[in-house]
Design a protein. Structure first.
Lengths: 328, 268, 581
């Protein structure tokens, strides 16, 4: 188990390095000139060159990449003289746009995205799994069909459509909730929740529908397994069989998608955050794109990739806990 | 519907890029005149606020763009994924190792984020082609995994061994024996990913990094209409409903095909 | 399952068809409710909400972060307003008054508007006594000089380039970070600063309104990170600043109102909430519920929201819509075919349907069509209409002109616009298309826009961009837009028609040398019409800056010298008790 984990961690590092390299190259090769953007509306050629040199953009690509990677581990000093900036481990560089350390920006925004993702995840797991299991237990009845038709429909609705409907219904017409404006949990938990409720719902509807479909299929398969029949034959109560045996095995495939989904969302739900105006990582990323803020784009991409691979790793390790059949 | 877009919009009498100033009220931020977003005998689904462009013509042409991108991307994904999957599954060894690593790597990419990034920095290129390529780029490992598994199990079936003993070259075995064997799951998988592809195209266009104006696409139309969701609800509802119904239709079709073609999940 | 799916599909198709069928049963209506006077301009030149009471919290709802608050880098109208009215003082500033009075200069850090000598090549300013920073230390002439030097630094890009353009011996200067200083700015004592210019410049005091001429003490300078925490010399100081999320300003109790005739500093606290969704800000301002009554929007109302504002007299009474004073122009590449032919350019002038662009831009309520290059303020309030082209264009005339130019079949060309101008570009595309000029639109992200159109070799024939005078003088408009000597191969700005004509340039030099400002103003106006006849660019429209204010806001007006942005020097609350947050 330990050996396996170590090997996987090594793989994670390799994947991240490869992703960094690809992202770096893409933004170098594709035409975008952050120096020109920074230079402003009246920019002389000499000033442009000076800015480019200051940003380190006059260096060859491999050199910039090497500097970046070393910087992540050892920190680096950028600029010289009175304006030198020192950036400590883990140094992802400084935003071109506002000279903040990218790492600080990410950590500043992470609570918003994490609040959104985790809250929504709780909702969609509750909603999705219960619907799925309920439908599976009542397979081929009218309830099952109604639930599944609902799930297919909900899964087909783009998140921006659901969001606008929720905004219209719950804010404009009913006036039940405020326009979302992020309040940190530590400031006021009730405000935090009431401001996030709408975005949670919007995200949860989509995912819950997918999870309902998945978990129904998975549950039906599990319930048909011989060992479940054995358990039932032994005379164990139906409840025990469903909760203790079937649910546990039936949930393993769900765990995989859950890991992927949560990992992806932690690093920012771009559309949801931008619809509701939540200052999370997705919004940071979207803003950085429109200003060509390359260090931030790279930072977010890496963070997102990290979440995904770590989530995958965690899921694989969790398998051993959830499903007794899996051994490393 | 998509293929006959020019025909259909000709029927409506408007081109998707034609302005109709008489259909909007410039003093109210260009709100369409008349009820339900300006629905009239002239404009069957009403008009776009501000420009007065015919919504029916735009929805129909938008369908063409959206579906073209989604279907082409799907084709790319399926062809690339099947090729990679068969190669990995059949040849095994180093080929399998390299391809599997590549699949893992691609799957670890935060794909939506990366797609947005790529679409937003690329300039001076054919947007439709780029978008198709970018969407296709991140989809292939899914197909490849399914195919690889299938190919692995087919590789040692008797009829394949028989062909090999009979002196058939690897190309012949791959195309004649393995490919038909994996086609069932591939077709089922294909229909399952099409809705995702449509949604992805719409999401990218929604975020403003998709096709460029005045070419309409559903995602882009929805993005623009969001601003009018309460002043001109029909403008928002119509493209959203089209997107919703299309995704729904493909999902149902996919479910049905999977039941027929994929024996494993026959019970679902 | 299989069968059910087919039914569902059929139902789906049927639903689609039904939608189409439903579409056929509407009623036809034609014609618009246009004409008449602009319902939006009612509050022009007025102060909304009366005189504010001291205290309370003013909330600013914003969809974005400030570009730069560092005074050496701040060169965006709204940001300059915010920075110089709240956080730092400049040598001279604009009067805090609505309407044309807002263009008047008043001394700020300085005791007067500066003393010229040596034929306006040397300008001397004396600083007021008793002006201090937030820590109580005095503002010195050296600090003003230091910030002027900072504006040259490549580490601190983005700021106004007036210092670089006018100061003597500034060529190749790279800022103070390496210990080098500018000799052309002298500080004989702590409260005297002398600028040596490379050529006579009678309007120099207008340039000293720019944040470049705000003080920054060297000990506080943190280079690029100064942007996140400028050191205050104004009535407020930064309490906290989360980039892209929230900025909180609190009173700077070391600021002495007796030294300041402009800033009123009514609220106790200002909170700028950033990163909100633009349409939600509009909705919140229109509703003005609860705490939003004490809020103002940072960015202009979106054209789409006009339909929610204009029909309601109550909301309209809270609407400011001062002109931005910038002219949007369709500029043509006069340096190469086909637009080197004046007849082709005139064809564009005639083909363009300004009305359609206006509608795409939010309609006549939020924009004024433009019939001259310089905005109305430079014409004493109203632009002349020398060409008398109908607002909807004259397609037949355009076709004739094209025929005369030897292009009876029309032509194809490309247009570059910033992505925010997409709707306007589509309207241009549509109207030129009618005359046989086929336009392909290339939208470019705002950040890359100026770099893209500044590349004179590779850019498209047409670009859509505007120009704003930095202060009310024709000298900050026509020479920037039509002087061929300012053309640069890369990083070109202003003169995007690449218009180069000896007679025009000669005339511009003559006017610039005039000492009588009235005579100069008249000459600029005449020149504007002469250039328009040569059609290097088509003036399209002048936008307004519409803002819907909360019901508890007082002392509010759009400041003409800050592009119609709310004057943050005078805004406050009617009832501070309601704005406690």
């Amino acid at each position: 188990m330990i050996l396996y984990t170590a090997r996987r961690l090594l793989g994670v590092a390799g994947v991240l390095l490869a992703i960094a390299a690809v992202t770096f190259t893409v933004f170098y090769v594709l035409p975008s000139d952050p120096a020109a953007a920074a230079c402003g509306k009246s920019c002389s050629t000499e000033r442009l060159e000076a800015i480019r040199a200051h940003m380190g953009l006059d260096q060859p690509l491999w050199r910039q990449f090497a500097d970046f990677v070393t910087g992540v581990f050892t920190g680096r000093t950028m600029g010289s003289g009175q304006y030198a900036l020192h950036c400590d481990f883990p140094c992802l560089g400084y935003s071109y746009e506002n000279s903040e350390a990218v790492w600080d920006l990410l950590m500043d925004r992470l609570p918003v995205s994490a609040s959104l993702a985790l809250g929504a995840a709780v909702l969609w797991l509750l909603l999705g799994l219960s619907t799925g299991v309920a439908a599976a237990l009542r397979k081929d009845t009218l309830t099952d069909k109604a639930l599944m038709v609902g799930a297919v429909a909900a899964a087909s609705m783009p998140v921006y459509f659901t969001s606008m409907m929720l905004i219209y219904g719950l804010i404009r017409v009913a006036g039940l909730l405020p326009y979302p404006q992020y309040v940190p949990f530590a400031d006021d938990p009730a405000d935090w929740a009431s401001n996030l409720l709408l975005p949670w719902l919007a995200l949860a509807v989509l995912y819950a529908a997918m999870y309902a479909r998945q978990s129904r299929g998975s549950m039906i398969e599990t319930l048909a397994e011989p060992y479940i029949r054995t358990a039932r034959a032994k005379g164990l109560p139906r409840r025990t069989v469903v909760v203790k045996h079937a649910l546990r095995a039936g949930m393993t495939p769900i765990l995989t998608i859950f890991g992927m989904d949560l990992g992806g969302l932690l690093a920012g739900a771009v559309i949801t955050e931008s619809i509701f105006g939540l200052p999370g990582i997705g919004r940071l990323f979207y803003g950085a794109l429109s200003t060509g803020d390359q260090p931030v784009i790279l930072g977010v991409t890496l963070l997102a990739a990290t979440f995904i691979v770590v989530a995958n790793l965690a899921v694989d390790l969790l398998y051993a806990v959830v499903d007794p059949r899996v051994r490393f | 519907m998509a293929a006959s877009a020019p025909l259909l919009s000709a029927l409506g009498g408007w081109s998707p890029e034609e302005f109709d100033k008489t259909a909007v009220d410039p003093y109210l931020g260009g709100r369409p005149l008349g009820p339900l977003g300006g629905i009239s005998a002239d404009h069957w689904l009403g008009v776009e606020p501000v420009t007065g462009r015919d919504l029916f013509a735009r929805v129909v042409h938008g369908a063409q763009v959206s579906l073209f991108i989604a279907l082409t991307a799907t084709a790319i994904v399926v062809v690339a994924g099947t090729a990679a999957g068969i190669a990995a599954g059949y040849f095994g060894g180093r080929t399998d190792a390299v391809l599997s690593r590549l699949m893992d790597l691609t799957m670890s990419f935060p794909s939506l984020i990366f797609m947005i990034a790529m679409m937003s920095v690329a300039k001076d290129v054919n947007r439709v082609a780029l978008m198709t390529a970018v969407i296709g780029l991140f989809g292939w490992p899914g197909v490849a995994r399914v195919v690889r598994g299938q190919a692995l199990s087919l590789k040692h079936r008797e009829y394949v061994d028989a062909a090999r003993v009979g002196g058939a070259g690897p190309w012949r075995i791959l195309t004649r024996d393995i490919l038909p064997g994996v086609s069932g799951p591939v077709i089922a998988y294909t229909t399952l990913i099409i809705p995702g592809m449509i949604a992805t195209e719409a999401a990218l266009s929604y975020l403003g990094v998709g096709v460029r104006p005045p070419t309409p696409s559903w995602g882009q139309m929805i993005a623009e209409s969001v601003a009018f969701y309460d002043t001109d609800p029909m403008y928002f509802v119509i493209p959203s409903a089209c997107l919703f119904l299309t995704v729904l239709a493909f999902t149902l079709l996919g479910d049905a095909l999977r039941d027929v073609l994929d024996p494993r999940s026959g019970r679902a | 399952m299989n069968k059910r799916t087919c039914t569902a599909l059929a139902a789906t198709l049927a639903a689609t068809l039904a939608l189409g069928a439903a579409g056929c049963s509407g009623e036809r209506r034609a014609g618009g409710s246009g004409g008449g006077r602009n319902p939006v301009a009612a509050n022009a030149g007025a102060v909304l909400g009366g005189t504010p009471h001291k205290g309370g919290t003013l909330t600013v709802l914003s969809n974005q972060d400030f570009t730069h608050l560092d005074p050496a880098r701040n060169w965006v109208m709204s940001d300059m307003d915010f920075g110089t009215r709240l956080l730092y003082r400049t040598l001279v500033t604009y009067k805090g008054a609505p309407g044309n009075e807002g263009g008047t200069l008043v001394p700020d850090l300085a005791t007067d508007l500066g003393t010229p000598s040596n034929g306006a090549r040397t300008w001397t300013f004396h600083l007021k006594q008793g002006v201090t920073y937030e820590d109580g230390s005095p503002v010195t002439a050296q600090d003003v000089k230091y910030n002027v030097e900072r504006s040259f630094s490549p580490d601190l890009p983005g700021g106004a380039d007036y210092a670089a353009r006018y100061l003597a011996g500034a060529e190749g200067y790279q800022g103070p970070a390496q210990g080098k200083h500018l000799d052309s700015v002298k500080t004989p004592d702590d409260r005297t600063i002398v600028f040596e210019l490379r050529k006579p410049f009678a309007e120099f005091p207008y340039a000293t309104v720019m944040p470049t001429f705000a003080p920054v003490p060297q000990a506080r300078d943190k280079g690029p990170q100064y942007d996140n925490r400028p050191f205050s010399s104004g009535p407020y100081k930064i309490d906290s600043y989360d980039r892209g999320k929230k900025l909180v300003l609190v009173r700077n109790d070391k600021w002495d109102p007796k030294t300041d005739e402009v800033r009123k500093a009514y609220p106790d606290k200002l909170v700028v909430v950033m990163g909100l969704k633009a349409n939600q800000i509009d909705d919140r301002m229109i509703a003005s519920q609860g705490a939003d009554a004490s809020a103002v929007p940072w960015y202009a109302l979106r054209p789409e929201s006009a339909a929610k504002v204009l029909p309601s007299a109550e909301v309209r009474s809270r609407l400011l819509a001062e002109s931005q004073n910038c002219t949007d122009m369709l500029q043509m590449h006069t340096g190469r075919a086909p637009f080197d032919d004046v007849r082709v350019r005139q064809a564009v002038q005639y083909a363009l349907d300004r009305d359609a662009v206006l509608t795409a831009s939010g309609g006549p309520a939020l924009n004024d069509p433009s019939t001259a290059y310089m905005p109305a303020t430079l014409f004493g309030g109203r632009q002349p209409d020398t060409l008398k082209i109908p607002a909807t264009g004259d397609t037949e005339r355009a076709k004739r002109l094209l025929k005369e130019a030897g292009k009876p079949d029309g032509l194809s060309t490309k247009l570059t616009v910033s992505s925010g101008d997409k709707g306007r570009a589509e309207a241009i595309q549509q109207s030129l298309g009618k005359a046989g000029i086929k336009v392909t639109i290339e939208t470019v992200d705002p950040s890359a826009f100026y770099a893209t159109i500044g590349d004179t070799k590779n850019r498209t024939d047409l670009v859509y961009t505007g120009w704003c005078p930095d202060y009310p003088s024709g000298s900050t408009f026509l020479p920037f837009v039509f002087d061929g000597r300012f053309i640069k191969e890369k990083g070109n700005s202003g003169n995007h028609s690449l218009f180069r004509e000896d007679a025009t340039m000669k005339r511009m030099d003559e006017i610039a040398a005039m000492t009588d400002s009235k005579e100069a103003a008249g000459a600029w106006r005449k020149l504007d019409g002469e250039i328009l006849a040569k059609a290097p660019a088509v003036p399209v429209l002048v936008r307004r800056w519409p803002l819907v204010l909360g019901t508890n806001i007082a002392g509010a007006y759009g400041h003409t010298s800050f592009g119609g942005q709310l004057d943050y020097a005078t805004v406050g609350l009617k009832d501070p008790a309601k704005g406690q947050g």
